[in-house]
Ligand binder design. Structure first.
Ligand SMILES: [Mg+2]
Length: 214
């Protein structure tokens, strides 16, 4: 599986299109990052919807400073991002949905994560074209969805990306899932605007209804 640019992505002009995030949608990022930092002597305490502000030195009450957190994040994507558990049901649901719909992976992982990310996706049954995005995802979603007359959907864990999609691509249906159940109570959501799911057992059928397959 190779990364593609939005321009090189093949989109069938009448087929439905599913645009899918990775971390906390297909992959248990928080749990994997937690194992990674634990090996380096740090701990994660999930008590807010944040990343670096949930990282601590054992015994300390002040979270890590931004620079230390960012350095751990960057090094995770150098040599730790292969160790992520896939989210249950996601691969099977997308395999089924992809018989009728195009699937594209849209991730905001850093550029140096390209190889580990594509390798991980391939190994876990997500053999779909991947686009490495940076910043809010709405404009990229709008450009892709404009290339098909079929129904399109976007799935992400982060409210700002869903809001960005609503703003720039209002015709694209939006779905939110936060795979880490510890993080979920703290996650900003807007279920009246973006269909909220706890797992792929309900998300898969909801997408199926939209795109007209299983
Ligand atoms: Mg994500």
């Amino acid at each position: 599986m190779q990364p593609v640019t939005p321009e090189d992505l093949i989109i069938r002009p009448t087929a439905p299109l599913l645009i899918v995030d990775v971390d906390e949608v297909l992959a248990h990022f928080m749990a994997g990052f937690e194992r990674y930092i634990a090996r380096r002597g740090f701990e994660m305490r999930i008590d807010r919807f944040a990343l670096f502000q949930n990282l601590y030195r054992p015994g300390e009450t002040e979270h890590l400073d931004f620079e230390t957190g960012k350095a751990l994040f960057d090094s995770f994507f150098q040599d730790g991002a292969d160790d992520l558990e896939p989210v249950i049901g996601a691969a099977d649901a997308l395999a089924s949905l992809s018989t009728g719909a195009g699937v594209v992976i849209l991730t905001n992982a850093p550029a140096h994560a390209l190889e580990s990310r594509t390798g991980w996706l391939s190994r876990h049954g997500f053999d779909y074209p991947m686009i490495l995005n940076s910043g809010l995802k709405g404009p990229t979603i709008a450009a892709m969805a404009a290339r098909t007359t079929g129904a399109s959907a976007f799935i992400d864990d982060l409210l700002p990306n869903l809001e960005s999609s609503a703003e720039t691509a209002p015709g694209v249906a939006r779905f939110q899932i936060i795979a880490d159940h510890r993080l979920r109570p703290f996650a900003p959501t807007a279920p009246d605007r973006h269909d909220l799911h706890e797992d792929w057992a309900t998300l898969g059928p909801a997408l199926g209804t939209l795109v007209g397959s299983v």
